[in-house]
Design a protein around this ligand. Structure first.
Ligand code: SF4
Ligand code: SF4
Length: 438
C-alpha cells in the first residue's frame, strides 16, 4: 500500500533567517583537546577495528569498518588514540564505545583515498562510494553505496536540498558555498545510478543557493534545479518524489525508478571521490532561542557538543529543550556530552514552552494533518489500551515520525511520542511472535 495518499503538508514558521544568513564559523581546532570517534555502528552494530589504543592517526586514517554494512570509519584529526571510553550516543540511544583521539594540533593528513573521474565505470564509482564510507548526511546515516549497488531501471536521481524542518540550514550553506562540488557530486551519483537526469530540489526563496547552483549548472545539461513549495514535510522522500515526478511507491524509491540523496551528501561525494577526502568534518546548524549565539559551525567529527555550545556562548538559561536534529522529527535529548557524527546536521535548543496538556477534544486535527494518512489519536488510544491487534489494524508502522500530530494538537498532547511508542510495541510483539514460531 502506498503512503502519502493524502499529501498533507503544513507551512511552518521556518526560523531560518538567523542561521541561513550568518557565515559558517570553523571551530578553532586548537580548542579541541580530544575527539571521540564512535566504534559502534549506528544500529549498535559491531565495528572491526584496525587500530588500537596507543596507535597514532592522521586526518583521514582508517580506524575500522562496520561489520554489518561495509562502512569504513576514519579519524577526523591527527594525534594518538589514548583510550576507549563509553559516551552517550543519541543515534544508538544509549552509551556506546568511542575511541578518544588526543589532538597533536598538527592536522597532518593521511594519504588520500583512491579517486575516480567522470569517465570511470559505474562499478568503479560505486566501489569508490563504498570505500569512502559515504553515509546519508541529511539525518538518515544510511550507507550510500547500498542504494547504488546493483540497482537497475533508475531514470531520475533527486538531490534533496529541501531542508523543510524549522531552523535547519546546513544544506543551504553547503549549496551556497560549495555549489561546484554539490553539482559534481550529483553528476557522480547520476553516473552511479545510471539515471538520465538529475533534479536538485531546494525550497522557494533560497536565492543565494539558487544563484550559486544555477551558475554551475550551465555546464551540466543533465542536471536541473527545481524549487519546491515551503511546506512540511516536503523534504520527506515520498512527498518529494510525488511532487517532482508524480510517482508513488510501496517500499523503496527504486520501485518508482528514482533514487534520492541529500545535497550535503552530494558535496561529500565530490570531495571523497574526486579529491580522496573521506568525511572528517561537517557543517552543523546550532540554533534556537535557547542558544546565546546561533550559528553554522564547521567541526571535526567526534567533537563534543558541549564544547561547541561553550564556544557559542552557552545556553540562555538552565531550562532548555534540545534536539539532536530537526525539532519536528527528532526526540529531545537530555545530555549534550555526546559527540558530532556524520549524519547529525543540527543541534536545536529552544526555551521550553509550558504546555498544559488537557483531555483530547476529538477535534480530528491530528488525523487531518497526518501525511501518512493514519489516525494518530486512535493509535494513542490503542496504545493506552495495550491493544496490539488494533495498532496493526491502524497501520501504525506507516508513521514517518514527522511530528505534525503533536504540532497541531490544541490539547497539547504528545501524540507523536505515543505513536513512536506504539511502533516500538508492535516491533517487539512481532519479534516475539517470530521467535515463538522458530
Ligand atoms: S508523526 Fe503523527 S502526523 Fe506524522 S506520520 Fe506519524 S502519526 Fe502521522
Ligand atoms: S489533535 Fe489533539 S485534541 Fe484533536 S483529536 Fe488529535 S489528540 Fe485529540
Amino acid at each position: 500500500m502506498n503512503i502519502f495518499t493524502s499529501l498533507m503538508m503544513r507551512k511552518l514558521e521556518g526560523h531560518k533567517h538567523g542561521t541561513c544568513m550568518c557565515e559558517v564559523i570553523a571551530l578553532d581546532e586548537r580548542q579541541i583537546k580530544s575527539v571521540f570517534i564512535p566504534i559502534t555502528g549506528a544500529n549498535g552494530a559491531e565495528i572491526e577495528l584496525f587500530l588500537k589504543v596507543g596507535d597514532e592517526v592522521k586526518v583521514g586514517t582508517l580506524i575500522g569498518r562496520r561489520k554489518d554494512f561495509y562502512v569504513p570509519i576514519f579519524s577526523s584529526i591527527s594525534g594518538k588514540i589514548v583510550a576507549k571510553v563509553n559516551r552517550y550516543n543519541p543515534i544508538v540511544g544509549r552509551a556506546t564505545s568511542h575511541y578518544e583521539i588526543e589532538n597533536d594540533f598538527l592536522a597532518t593528513k593521511a594519504e588520500p583515498l583512491p579517486t575516480v573521474t567522470f569517465n570511470s565505470s559505474r562499478e568503479q564509482i560505486v566501489t569508490a562510494i563504498k570505500e569512502a564510507g559515504l553515509v546519508g548526511l541529511g539525518g538518515a546515516g544510511f550507507p550510500t553505496y547500498i542504494k547504488y549497488e546493483n540497482v537497475k531501471g533508475i531514470d531520475t536521481l533527486i538531490i534533496n536540498g529541501v531542508e523543510c524542518e524549522p531552523f535547519l540550514a546546513t544544506d543551504f550553506k553547503v549549496g551556497e558555498l560549495y555549489a561546484e562540488d554539490v553539482v559534481k557530486g550529483s553528476e557522480l551519483f547520476r553516473l552511479a545510478s545510471g539515471a538520465s537526469r538529475v533534479i536538485i530540489a531546494i525550497k522557494v526563496h533560497k536565492d543565494p543557493v539558487k544563484q550559486a547552483l544555477t551558475k554551475v549548472l550551465l555546464s551540466y545539461p543533465n542536471i536541473k534545479l527545481v524549487e519546491v513549495p515551503d511546506a512540511y514535510p516536503m523534504g520527506w522522500e515520498r512527498t518529494l518524489i510525488k511532487k517532482l515526478t508524480g510517482r508513488s511507491y510501496d517500499k523503496l524509491p527504486s520501485e518508482a525508478h528514482v533514487l534520492v540523496n541529500n545535497l550535503t551528501t552530494a558535496y561529500a561525494a565530490a570531495r571523497a571521490l574526486l579529491f580522496g577526502e573521506p568525511i572528517t568534518h561537517r557543517i552543523l546548524t546550532i540554533s534556537g532561542n535557547g542558544i546565546a549565539k546561533p550559528a553554522n559551525v564547521l567541526v571535526p567529527l567526534g567533537t563534543p557538543m558541549n564544547l561547541i555550545i561553550t564556544f557559542l556562548g552557552g545556553y540562555v538559561s538552565e531550562e532548555v529543550t534540545a534536539f539532536a536534529g530537526g525539532p519536528m522529527s527528532s526526540k529531545a535529548v537530555s545530555d549534550d556530552s555526546f559527540v558530532v557524527q556524520a549524519p547529525m546536521g543540527a543541534f536545536i535548543v529552544i526555551q521550553p514552552v509550558i504546555k498544559h496538556e488537557i483531555a483530547c477534544l476529538r477535534c480530528g486535527s491530528c488525523t487531518s494533518a497526518c501525511p501518512a494518512n493514519i489516525q494518530p489519536i486512535e493509535i494513542k488510544l490503542a496504545l493506552d489500551g495495550d491493544n496490539i491487534a488494533r495498532l496493526l489494524k491502524l497501520d501504525v508502522m506507516r508513521c514517518v515520525e514527522c511530528g505534525l500530530c503533536s504540532y497541531v494538537c490544541p490539547s497539547g498532547i504528545e501524540v507523536t511520542e505515543a505513536v513512536r511508542k506504539a511502533k516500538v510495541k508492535v516491533r517487539i510483539a512481532q519479534a516475539k511472535a517470530a521467535f515463538a514460531k522458530k
